[in-house]
Design a protein around this ligand. Structure first.
Ligand code: PLP
Length: 372
């Protein structure tokens, strides 16, 4: 199988498997126990935390491990609302955010939070002027993702964080698709990341918090993670996340150059008639979201069985609903249904990408002839 679904998840790096191995077998101690084995596990987690923080490269804050980025985002949003000073009751976010942000914000709106959803243009970028107009001292938090998981479009996080800070609001960045792949922007107060998008294991994420901006805990219990997120940590998952972060940090430029070469190759190989969804210039090039007039993307997925790619957001797939991100770009139902997402990365070879794109183009041609 040729794997072209790097936004859904990434293959676990061999270095990560090797680093994790002892912690899933012999080294089984509870890292919070005072025994020598427990202390050894605790020390391994401390190293992993430093590796993740080192890869983030941000000063003045620290990382708390969570079970996923979804948890980190829920925690950041709900915990910041809990801690909000009187009078700050508004959250601003974009219509193209991940469901982990949008659904949590909708839930908070049901609890009385004032929610402002800013639209994006056909290129997936949003107008900073709209944000400037929406920002005042009633705003508690602005949540914007670094790299969009469906269309790869990148937002100007540093500038957004600066604008939020000017009115005393927090800035939350969902950096799940950007961490380890592009340079991390300075400025956000809260950053959510996930190990499985950077060749690490599933089941672990993290929230980086600027000192003093820690949200109220979502999960209470044994007081782990400085009392911010209770629950016994898994040394294996933490060590895996640390190893993946270190590797991504070391390889960031190389991996980026690799996907930057693959993007035009994929588009060229697909051939005529494909339209790129979202900005061509402001994007992470490991994501190619394209549509072709009249294509039934769901059928294409079923026809081209030996390749893994996506007909929209993997997180929302199975829902049968057209992607909310493509809708936000102004695409109609037919256009959204004719869109596919190819995600490539560190282990994608040029030959595999070309073979997959040829097969996809052929299957799309066959569909087109059948409907003609
Ligand atoms: N945010 C973005 C942009 C994502 O792409 C994803 C996963 O697809 C998430 C959040 C959720 O991450 P996790 O799988 O760690 O819960």
């Amino acid at each position: 199988m040729i794997y072209l679904d790097y936004q859904a998840t990434t293959p676990v790096a061999p270095e990560v498997v090797q680093a994790m191995a002892p912690w899933i077998s012999d080294k089984f101690a509870n890292p919070h126990s005072p025994s020598p084995w427990g202390r050894e596990a605790d020390a391994a987690i401390a190293v992993a935390r430093k590796q993740v923080e080192g890869a983030l490269g941000l000063a003045g804050g620290s990382v708390a491990f969570t079970g996923s980025a979804t948890e980190a985002l829920n925690w950041a949003l709900k915990g910041s609302v809990e801690k909000a000073p009187p009078g700050r009751n508004r959250i601003i976010t974009l219509t193209t955010e991940h469901a982990a942000v949008l659904d949590t914000c909708e839930w908070l709106a049901g609890c009385g939070i004032d929610l402002t959803l800013l639209p994006v243009g056909p290129d997936g970028l949003f107008d900073l002027e709209l944000l400037a107009r929406a920002l005042d001292e009633r705003v508690l938090l602005v949540a914007v993702m670094l790299v969009n998981n469906e269309i790869g479009v990148m937002q100007p996080i540093g500038e957004i964080a600066r604008m939020a800070r000017a009115v005393g609001a927090l800035m939350l960045c969902d950096a799940v698709q950007g961490f380890g792949r592009v340079e991390m922007p300075q400025g956000p107060d809260l950053i959510a990341i996930s190990a499985h998008k950077i060749h690490g294991p599933k089941g672990i994420g993290a929230l980086w918090t600027r000192n003093g901006a820690e949200p109220e805990p979502l999960i209470h219990g044994g007081g782990q993670e400085r009392g911010l997120r209770s629950g016994t940590l898994s040394p294996a998952l933490c060590v895996g996340f640390g190893a993946a972060a270190k590797l991504s940090d070391e390889r960031c430029n190389r991996d980026y150059d690799h996907v930057r070469q693959l993007w035009p190759l994929a588009l060229h190989t697909l051939g005529e008639g494909w339209i790129v969804n979202g900005s061509v210039n402001h994007r992470y090039p490991g994501n190619l979201n394209v549509r072709r007039d009249g294509l039934d993307a769901a059928r294409l997925l079923a026809d081209v069985r030996d390749f893994a790619f996506s007909s929209g957001s993997a997180c929302a797939s199975g829902s049968g609903r057209p992607s909310h991100v493509l809708k936000a770009l102004g695409l109609d139902y037919r256009e959204a249904r004719s869109s596919i997402r190819l995600g490539f990365g560190r282990y994608t070879s040029q030959d595999d990408l070309v073979a997959a794109c040829r097969k996809i183009a052929e299957a799309a041609d066959v569909q087109g002839r059948a409907y003609a």
